[in-house]
Design a protein around this ligand. Structure first.
Ligand code: CP
Length: 311
């Protein structure tokens, strides 16, 4: 693997999921692979799970880890040809090349603006690192995708399914703030690669990009969509068509225990209790959110392992 910026960078998904589950059973088996190799993690945005699980994954492989909150560094310019006489002190061209001298792998977290759709869809931060860095790049959640989360979700469903083809429902839920579409996008793309029966449910106005949903069924009736589900993945996202807007805060879309039925509950975390999902779901045996978060380590570890093997 050269980079992991999108799900399609995984050449053999079923083997990768199997390898991640093996790593979970024996996390230190490849301690020599990362010896004298350094992962530099760059955060343009907050994180709990991604930061700690990716560091843990790198250390399990024997790597050194360095972390930088970009707000602590010089303000970066991403446009070409700018006269840099305002607030930007350093261009991505120099920054990415310099960081590459300190790193064997660079991981980047950079959320969307949710204001400029074209700019967000161009993935200008991630793609500029890809363009100017001289080492592999890992996406730790970008403007439009969260492929490490999606791989952890795929591992979790593979481990927990009792059926050859489980019914998986991705349900929108209300949230007071405008959130990115990245988690939903990558979850859908990942489920389209797995042997699952995927349905999406959301209020009208929350349609995701057709390039992502493709032919996946979309049902605007949440209760109907949730019938006979084996896994219910709940996530808020802001409007894609009316870009970045919060159109609906109808708390009838919050997931309740009654609506969950016998399904397992999934969420990438962090989650707002009694807004996205009620306490009774999160505190029940049906919630697998802690297992999902644990699998973030092995998703990151299998990706780092494949990248290190290709260096
Ligand atoms: N799920 C996830 O990416 O969590 P963090 O934002 O805490 O990293």
């Amino acid at each position: 693997m050269k980079n992991y910026t999108k799900i399609k960078d995984i050449s053999n998904l079923s083997e990768t999921i199997k390898d991640a589950i093996l790593l979970k059973m024996n996390p230190f088996e490849f301690q020599d692979l990362g010896k004298h190799k350094t992962l530099v993690m760059l955060f343009f945005n907050s994180s709990l799970r991604t930061r700690l699980s990716t560091e843990k994954a790198a250390k399990n492989l024997g790597m050194e880890v360095m972390m930088l909150n970009i707000n602590d560094a010089w303000n970066l310019e991403f446009e070409d040809g700018t006269i840099m006489n305002m607030d930007k002190s350093e261009h991505i061209k120099e920054a990415a090349q310099v960081i590459s001298q300190y790193a064997d792998v660079i991981a980047v977290r950079a959320f969307p603006t949710l204001e400029d759709k074209a700019k967000d869809e161009s993935e200008y931060i991630l793609n500029n690192f890809k363009k100017y860095a001289t080492v592999p790049i890992i996406n730790m959640e970008s403007a439009t995708a969260h492929p490490l989360q999606a791989l952890a979700d795929a591992i979790t469903i593979t481990e927990l399914t009792e059926k050859a083809k489980p019914k998986v429902v991705l349900s929108w839920a209300p949230h007071p703030k405008a959130l990115p579409q990245a988690v939903a996008n990558s979850f859908i793309e990942m489920m389209q690669e797995l042997e699952v029966d995927l349905t999406i449910t959301h209020p009208k106005g929350y349609e995701l990009s057709k390039e992502i949903t493709k032919n996946t069924p979309i049902n605007h009736n949440q209760e109907d969509a949730l019938k006979d589900a084996d896994f219910v993945y709940v996530k808020n996202w802001s409007s894609y068509n009316d870009y970045g807007k919060v159109l609906n805060q109808d708390d009838n879309w919050m997931l309740t225990k009654a609506k969950l039925g016998h399904a397992k509950f999934m969420h990438c975390l962090p989650v707002r209790r009694n807004v996205i999902v009620e306490d009774a779901v999160l505190d029940s045996e049906q919630s697998v959110v802690i297992k999902q978060a644990n699998n973030r380590t092995y998703a990151a570890q299998v990706v780092l392992k494949q990248i290190l093997e290709g260096l």
